[in-house]
Design a binder for this molecule. Sequence first.
Ligand code: F6R
Length: 593
Amino acid sequence: MCGIVGYTGKRQAQAVLYDCLCRLEYRGYDSCGIAVNTPEVQVFKDAGKVRNILQNAPRFEGTAGLGHTRWATCGEPTRINAHPHIDCTGKISLVHNGVINNYAQLRKRLEAGGHKVVSDTDTELIAHLIEEYDKGNLEEAVRQAVKEIDGSYALVVMRSGDNTLVAVRKDSPLVIGVGDGEYLVASDVPAILGYTNRVIYPEEGDIAVISPDSLKINRNGEYIIPRVEKINWTPDEAQKGGYSHYMLKEIHEQPQVIQNTLINMPLTESFYKSPLLEQGRKTGILFLACGSSYHAALTGRYLVEEHLNIPVRLEVASEFNYMQHLPPCKLAVVLSQSGETADILRAMRRLKQAGCMIVAITNVAGSTAARLADHVIYTQAGPEIGVAATKSFIAQLVVLYALCFACASAASPRYQDYLSTMRLLPGAVQKILGSHQNIKDAAIEVAKSKSAFFIGRGINYPIALEGALKLKEISYIHAEGYAAGELKHGPFALLSPETPVLALVSRDQTYEAMLTGLREIKVRRAPLIVIGEDGDDQLEQLADRVIKIPPFNRLFSPILFSVVLQLLAFYAAYELGCDIDTPRNLAKSVTVE
Ligand code: F6R
């Protein structure tokens, strides 16, 4: 939520900031702005998206500056509330990602002290706080100011006439890009990939003082030599690569993502025979995630319980954080594409305090979740820019399947065969991607509806939830995912010829029950779109439309069904002319509670 950038170096800052903000827009797009040191601080900002607003900015000459793209938390998305914010003197400017909890008290105190606060934001107060402490040493002023803040922040601060940036973080992500005679600061790596792939991840509370030719990081009062890490993502991976939308590109990248994720899995005996699994067997495993990652985790629960016979407790992280009593599990698996979801991080800290071992499955190297966890498994999805999770979700499923089957192979050799079968998944996904006219036609039909149901049973229940989430978030059609057997316990009242039901039918142990359910739906005259296996003739007789997936081992139907539902949501949203990559009111990583 909110993307921040800072630049200091030899290039014109305005162009760099614009470029970085365009790449960071998935973090929020309610308003945006830049500040350039000319050497006076010149600010241009407004409500709206980066390309619409900042292309019309006046040209500011200067080689240091700040940029921001906002997902509004405190204060409506208006020009006055857009970042960067400045202090009373107009000399100190800053951008912020996070939330200040003691906002009201701070505002009262600062206004009583004579500060003129012009916006409704919490961020502006930090500029005034720094102004109060500024006796000529910006680093010290920032240090003193943040002591007064209760909340989360990644901040980049600049003073007019000085190309030095001061950056600090607590519970919000921040990365420093190391260039040749230049430095960049940003919320996420994709923003700066066009300039450098060498990065430093500041720790909580670090204060970085960054000028074009020097970087000092103060940790707990000492200047440290920071570790520079090399990112293996390329700038091209964060581009649309000829596709109309990031989401479409990311859906089409999935065969490669599956392959890369499998190749990089730590499927060695030392991992899955490690004491971790023993711990899980003794106390059960706790799975935690949010949104799409939660749906992947729910799929993981079916896998682990069925194939490893280990009880899994699954919680939405935001709910877990308010539970009075921690479950007895001493092994937790957290799933988070970004590794920066605030609810996940809070849950991880709580678990750590309780002595729980944590395995994080995340897509972003250096993310806070990766650093908090005891063990990290990376999904190899590459940068995901579309706000709706697609390839990262598939990669999470692949990790869960591979881990589970690798662990189960100790007990039964058939799991080695399943692992081998997984290597054929990219081909099956490619087949779906290669012939999707039927999915597109179904999507055009669905786009005429105001409401839709997605149903599945067993391991395809989470996929029904995910299909509904994908459709609603990018097309704004109201969609509900249901366990197929639950539809008759109430939602049947909503069935009508205007309410399509999309059913996931796998020829596994749930098959007969699914068919019975479909008949009950059909007699209530709801249009029935069934996603099922090629060669299943029964489906043709029952459904108004059948979308077929290629024949493949049924254990993996969740992966193939997911791809179909992603395409369906995409084409429905496309038909409706929606802003697919940046849906309204959303942001890619939810770094506030
Ligand atoms: C939906 C979506 C979100 C995320 C959720 C968790 O398409 O992307 O529901 O899955 O915000 O994000 P991560 O996985 O980054 O923790």
